[in-house]
Design a protein around this ligand. Sequence first.
Ligand code: FAD
Length: 392
Amino acid sequence: GKPKVIVIGGGAGGATAARYLMKDGKGEIDVTLIEPSRMYYTCFFSNLYIGGVRDFETLGHDYGGLAKAGVNVVHDMAVGIDRDTKQVTIASGAKLPYDKLVLAPGIDFVEGAVPGWSVAAQNKMPHAYKGGSQTQLLKAQLEAMPEGGTFAMIAPPNPYRCPPGPYERVSMVANLLSNINPTAKIIIADPKDKFSKQALFQEGWGRHYDGMIDWIGPEFGGGNVSVDPDAMTVTIDGEVTEVDACNVIPAMKAGHICEIAGVTEGNWAPVDGAGMVSKADPDVHVLGDSSAQGDMPKSGFSANSQAKVAAMAIRGELLGSKVFPAKFSNTCWSLIAPDDGVKVGASYAATPEKIAKTDGFISQTGEDAALRKATYEESVGWYEGITSDMFG
Ligand code: FAD
């Protein structure tokens, strides 16, 4: 029969991989996508929803396009992987055979990373770092803050999904609060002594939200944090602060199914960037946030770019189609305030050691309003283009 590929995870990486494996629609490969959710809500642009710049509905994408393209979409959770017999077990109990397996399950959180916090308390202190209901919950909690109240963010250590994400979120929270609760305060406890696009964010915070945001880096105890979700307190370097809303973004690791598959080393799944092939198994590919690949940031753009390389490599092996040298790209846009967009991006190539950056660019401080607006508009076009490249 036809060669079988199973893709686990229908997010940025997995959805793209499934579409590009089906390329031409000739059906030379039997592609199955395993994804529990019927709707995928992007994390990208979710901060814009929090900021009041975008509607929640615009973030949702269903799997009808992939099904129509011929992908066998199975709405279930992968719970077991036997790499010897090459079978995936799903929560319903069914076993699915594969010739090639693609793992794109995104992230899970490191247990105990923020003392006092656990997934059991994510309704009191949301992470909002997986899309959908958590994002809605965080926004509702921000809207319910008392006048002049305090919002705290516990920022994650490197490496994590979307390096500028927490700081774009702070910007959008500040935008929301300046409209509905202008005397509110924002504190960020951060274990990192620097962060992505820091000069751009700090310039923008000064310009748009002067005095509202207090960033506490590790030299002031930002890395020594615990929380009490029942009491709604945050303890930074021994000092207890009462908060009205709290966004805990814990340390991250590869989606748990990667551990079950036995392809992780430490928190992530190492790959050879040439085809995004697991270092533990030549028939397993790992894409997106779960992979440890080298220089690329964990982003939706990166996952999409990596998925195309993996699909090409798999089609090459299974069908003998032509395989070109692996090239990747990424841009991360961030919105600091309405119409004030910035970006950072780079190109990458696979080397024997890792995926290595070949060149890059970043927005500059002091740019004029017209350029910042153009950068934001570019990001809106990117969102439309990339989500149709992923979901059809
Ligand atoms: P995901 O997109 O998370 O997809 C993983 C999928 O796997 C999920 O649908 C999940 O349900 C499924 N899954 C997990 N386990 C299993 C299992 N056992 N069985 C079956 N299915 C499973 N990126 C950008 O490029 N630009 C941005 O502007 C941007 N902004 C962001 C802002 C925020 C606030 C956040 C949190 C992230 C942002 N990102 C951005 C990052 C981006 O969302 C991720 O890097 C991207 O989604 C990673 O893709 P992925 O395919 O690895 O994982």
